[in-house]
Write a protein that binds this ligand. Structure first.
Ligand SMILES: Cc1cc2nc3c(=O)[nH]c(=O)nc-3n(C[C@H](O)[C@H](O)[C@H](O)COP(=O)(O)OP(=O)(O)OC[C@H]3O[C@@H](n4cnc5c(N)ncnc54)[C@H](O)[C@@H]3O)c2cc1C
Length: 480
């Protein structure tokens, strides 16, 4: 067995673990990080940036968003079902965290909204190739470099397996290295930050009822198997509910040209298996709300429907709504994408010359769909009396062929599971901290109640970085 001695062992090097390691080392602790993957950064390598509230970017953009306003918004959104002390500390620290990251060389493009109704809290990391997915990998590089400068030791390809507790306190972490050799890290404090269980199909089924690959299409990175949750619960932390951080997605859309998903995620007519409308489609942009709607339908599926006139209008003039995730209004290769779908044998896209035929193709109630389209077309001539959709987004379905696509719930990963307090101390059923045990990031992200808060975007990476810092501060103080 290989042995290491440190003061603070950080389990995993995602944004929460990296932030914890840097912060603890800055506060004078000796820190060792063990990471399961061969590279650091976790899911942050896929994302674009963290939340900040009251930052200089917001002031420069003349955005009046105070911690007080964001806190009250958040608490009302979650019906006060979350830890107010933790939210307060996270939000109050978040602007300084943006500066802390800048201090190690991270640059930001500014503060952005995810969609028009959201607040501009999403601090997108500047890259050498403009705004886009994976931007936050530049933040990961800076955190990693800072950690190395501070003398933090990294053991890559070394998954942690167990927290060792003696006399009720953390005294070590057991892990296994890439060659299969056992590793023991003697430490006084351990910070768990393994990113949840987004890649663990069985766990998600048991915990949430979603069937990964059937009614839930997760884009969580591999390796997120709930290791940290299990280790924390075994070590005495209370088990809280784990939820999927839901988004919505055009099924199989990621394998095609981006135009296909872009067209079908527009605020088109959206129906369920019964052929009935399910929401005011202008709110589809809040991907969590859309996923919630889908989750309440039969077979957990909805169908986005367009006609040839709508497609031609999108191709000629650009789509109705864009976002920072789907920035490009140009969908001129939509038909190429549909051809690819056919060649690949995806049975989640449909084409028909009549609405009745489209209903049969999609497995949707035919009579209801015919009626729904007739009512919807009437609404396009007057007002949407059913769900009050903005008249500018009402487009009639008149010109064949008609096209439909299945829209499903997707997941960034899981959130929550380990009880923590506002110091990110892992707490037992009696609400008392397990001495020396801390948790941060997705493993401990119990802050959304039932739905991810896209109205303050950047929240999950923001929570990861900020809770990581808090855990690092607390652990450094504890070992001192
Ligand atoms: C495609 C995508 C885009 C996203 N974009 C954004 C965004 O722009 N803004 C935002 O706020 N959020 C975004 N998110 C979510 C955000 O990235 C996560 O909330 C955040 O990365 C969670 O941080 P974490 O450190 O808790 O976990 P992770 O980033 O998931 O890292 C967990 C780490 O733990 C390691 N690990 C697992 N088990 C073990 C073990 N036993 N021992 C050691 N290591 C282990 C993993 O290898 C991984 O490196 C996005 C997520 C995805 C998937």
């Amino acid at each position: 067995m290989r042995m290491y001695d440190t003061q603070v062992a950080v389990i995993a090097a995602g944004p929460a673990g990296l932030s914890a390691a840097v912060q603890a080392a800055e506060r004078g602790a000796r820190v060792l990080v063990c990471e399961k993957a061969a590279a650091v950064g976790g899911a942050a390598n896929m994302g674009m940036g963290p939340l900040g509230i009251g930052t200089r970017y917001q002031r420069q953009q003349m955005v009046d968003l105070t911690v007080e306003k964001a806190f009250n918004m958040f608490m009302e959104y979650t019906h006060y079902n979350v830890d107010a002390r933790l939210i307060r500390r996270y939000f109050a620290q978040s602007a300084e965290t943006i500066e802390w990251l800048e201090g190690m060389g991270v640059e930001f493009e500014g503060a952005f909204r995810y969609f028009p109704k959201a607040e501009p809290t999403w601090h997108i990391v500047k890259t050498d190739h403009g705004i886009g997915p994976r931007a936050a990998s530049f933040m990961v590089k800076a955190l990693y470099a800072r950690a190395l400068d501070l003398g933090v030791q990294f053991l890559l390809e070394t998954p942690a397996k167990k927290i060792v507790i003696e006399d009720g306190k953390v005294v070590g972490v057991l892990a296994v290295d890439a060659s299969g050799e056992d590793v023991r890290i003697n430490c006084q404090a351990a910070i768990i930050a393994t990113g949840g269980a987004g890649a663990n199909k069985q766990f998600i089924l048991e915990e949430t009822g979603y069937r990964h690959g059937e009614d839930l299409f997760s884009f969580a990175i591999p390796g997120l198997m709930g290791d940290g949750l299990r280790m924390a619960w075994e070590a005495g932390a209370e088990r809280l509910r784990v939820r999927v951080e839901l988004a919505a997605e055009v099924e199989n859309g990621i394998y095609l040209t981006g135009s296909v998903a872009n067209v079908f995620m527009q605020p088109n007519l959206l129906v369920n298996r019964q052929g009935k409308r399910v929401m005011n489609e202008e709110h589809m942009q809040n991907t969590t709300f859309l996923a919630n709607v889908i989750s309440h339908q039969k077979d957990k599926v909805c169908f986005s429907i367009v006609d040839t006139s709508i497609i031609h209008s999108y191709i000629a003039h650009g789509v109705d709504v864009t976002s920072l995730v789907r920035t490009n209004p140009d969908v001129s290769d939509f038909y190429d994408g549909l051809r690819m779908a056919k060649e690949n044998g995806y049975h989640t896209f449909f084409k028909a010359d009549t609405i009745a035929e489209l209903a049969r193709e999609m497995g949707v109630n035919e009579e209801n769909l015919i009626q729904t389209v007739a009512d919807y077309n009437d609404a396009c001539d007057s007002l949407d009396g059913e769900f009050f959709k903005d008249a500018r987004l009402l487009r009639p379905l008149v010109r064949p062929p008609f096209y439909g696509a299945q829209v499903r719930a997707a997941g960034y990963g899981t959130v929550g599971g380990i009880r923590i307090n506002e110091n990110c101390e892992a707490c037992g059923k009696n609400f008392e901290p397990v001495p020396g045990l801390y948790a941060a990031g997705a493993d401990a992200c119990n802050i959304y109640d039932d739905s991810y808060m896209f109205l303050l975007p950047g929240n999950s990476m923001g929570f990861a970085v900020n809770s990581g810092r808090i855990a690092g501060m607390s652990a450094a103080a504890y070992v001192r």
